[in-house]
Design a protein around this ligand. Structure first.
Ligand SMILES: Nc1ncnc2c1ncn2[C@@H]1O[C@H](COP(=O)(O)OP(=O)(O)OP(=O)(O)O)[C@@H](O)[C@H]1O
Ligand SMILES: [Mg+2]
Length: 453
């Protein structure tokens, strides 16, 4: 049986059934034994009171009188002398077999001779009749075991009825309980199967306050995360395909043209340099993709060590200087000389490079780009500010997403693939920091990086 509710119910039932059976059996024996002991005591008591009368008057008349009294009762009596010869008997019948059973000295309070009610026809007690220290006779009392058997049968019947009822209620309770427990587990299992088969947006509708409720919520969460990831992956693949198509189209088109014979060396050279430029673009794109994938891997770690920020920025500025000069854009920086930050130098250089490239790219000639840094007790703030075209407020949230460009047309002038800021954000976040952008007055934008000190 694979079904979990069957397994749960089955094991619960076996366990409770055993416990109930043991309890019922113990209770049953104890009740039956108590009742039988009570009967024996009552019989003994009756014998003892006859004995009391006979001790006062141990004569023929009294003996017959006692025997006569017993003829009207459920019980019977035999009165004997000290040699156990019968003097009087309340009912005819074969009760004498017990008369010589007990030879040892019998206590004054009497004793039970035959209490095996199951096998014998009678239970029997004996009480000695004493005159001073001598025993002059005995009172034997008899009770037919059929009445005890009737009583026990009665108790047994009631016990079976109660046990049946209890077992029934237990089965019903266990069945409901196991369904209550197993239903959500089965639902969760089915949802997991649906997820495996590619169905998305699993909704379980299990509103419970326990671990099963939490498990259901986790599964729903997992499903929506999986959806998001699938969608992201598809978007990513179509973006990559889209980004690859443009340079490949150029390369294919220009190589077709360059292969024709009618062009002279100069024209052919021009086409080939376009092809080279597009190949370079492709290489950049592939490098960026590799880098971003690497940064997004769960196991990726940066290697932080103390870096003198002034030196790092100076180096970056020297690298970019020529490109800025070509476009006649001013480049300056104000970094405290004593500022050391704990960063991964190679990765953080990439951040500054990307921000400077953007600043240059999206600024006109005769503007200024400035890098500043300041440190407070718990954080370090680094800014890159330009006087370029700025970023519309409703786009500011998106520019850090990969492939996102404000100018959607990818002309060969505007160039980029929209990976630069995604890489920047990823690196900054790996450092435990954050990046945001603000517009400047009258124009331009300012990228602000906050790092923990
Ligand atoms: N300093 C800036 N001024 C104005 N717009 C900017 C600036 N920096 C980024 N942007 C806008 O944000 C978009 C995303 O920038 P990002 O650096 O991610 O990509 P890119 O520069 O287009 O391409 P890539 O950097 O991959 O070559 C840019 O396309 C641009 O529209
Ligand atoms: Mg860029």
């Amino acid at each position: 049986m694979k079904n979990i509710s069957f397994k749960l119910a089955g094991s619960f039932f076996i366990l409770t059934f055993i416990i109930e059976a043991i309890l019922f059996a113990a209770l049953y024996t104890s009740i039956v034994n108590t009742r039988i002991t009570e009967e024996i005591h009552a019989l003994q008591g009756r014998g003892n009171s006859h004995r009391a009368v006979l001790e006062k008057h141990f004569d023929k008349k009294t003996i017959e009188h006692v025997a006569l009294m017993e003829t009207e009762a459920d019980t019977n009596v035999i009165i004997t002398d000290d040699k156990r010869n019968v003097l009087a008997q309340s009912a005819a019948g074969d009760m004498t077999e017990h008369l010589h059973f007990e030879e040892r000295s019998i206590p004054r309070s009497g004793t039970a001779l035959q209490s095996h009610w199951k096998t014998s026809k009678y239970i029997c007690t004996i009480s000695p009749i004493m005159k001073g220290r001598d025993t002059v006779g005995y009172v034997f009392m008899y009770l037919e075991t059929s009445s005890i058997k009737g009583l026990v049968q009665n108790i047994t019947n009631r016990f079976f009825a109660s046990f049946g009822l209890t077992a029934f209620l237990t089965v019903a309770a266990i069945y409901l309980l196991s369904r209550f427990l197993a239903r959500p587990i089965i639902m969760i299992k089915e949802s997991a199967e649906k997820m495996t088969n590619g169905q998305d947006n699993i909704s379980l509708n299990i509103k419970r306050n326990d671990e099963l409720g939490e498990l259901a919520a986790s599964i729903e969460n997992l499903s929506s995360n999986l959806n998001r990831l699938q969608k992201e992956r598809n978007d990513f693949l179509s973006s990559v395909a889209h980004e690859l198509r443009t340079p490949i189209t150029y390369i294919k088109g220009y190589s077709d043209i360059a292969m024709r014979d009618q062009f002279d060396v100069n024209a052919r050279h021009q086409y080939l340099s376009i092809i080279k430029e597009e190949t370079d673009n492709l290489t950049l794109l592939v490098d960026d993709l590799f880098l971003l994938t690497k940064l997004k891997q769960p196991g990726f770690h940066i290697e932080k060590k103390p870096v003198h920020l002034h030196t790092l920025v100076e180096k970056e500025i020297r690298k970019s200087q020529i490109a800025f000069l070509e476009k006649r854009i001013g480049l300056s920086y104000h970094i405290p000389l004593n500022l050391t930050v704990s960063i991964d130098e190679k990765r953080f250089s990439q951040v500054i490079t990307n921000l400077l490239n953007n600043a240059r790219h999206y600024s006109e000639s005769d503007t200024e780009v400035t890098i500043t840094a300041s440190a407070s007790k718990d954080r370090i703030i680094i800014t890159v500010a330009d006087e370029g075209c700025g970023i519309p407020e409703d786009e500011q949230d998106y520019i850090f997403e990969r492939f996102y460009r404000i100018d959607k047309s990818r002309s060969r002038q505007t160039g980029g693939t929209g990976m630069g800021l995604a890489i920047v954000k990823e690196i900054v976040e790996h450092h435990g920091g954050e990046i945001m952008v603000k517009n400047r007055h009258p124009k331009g934008s300012k990228f602000i990086i906050t790092l923990p000190a």
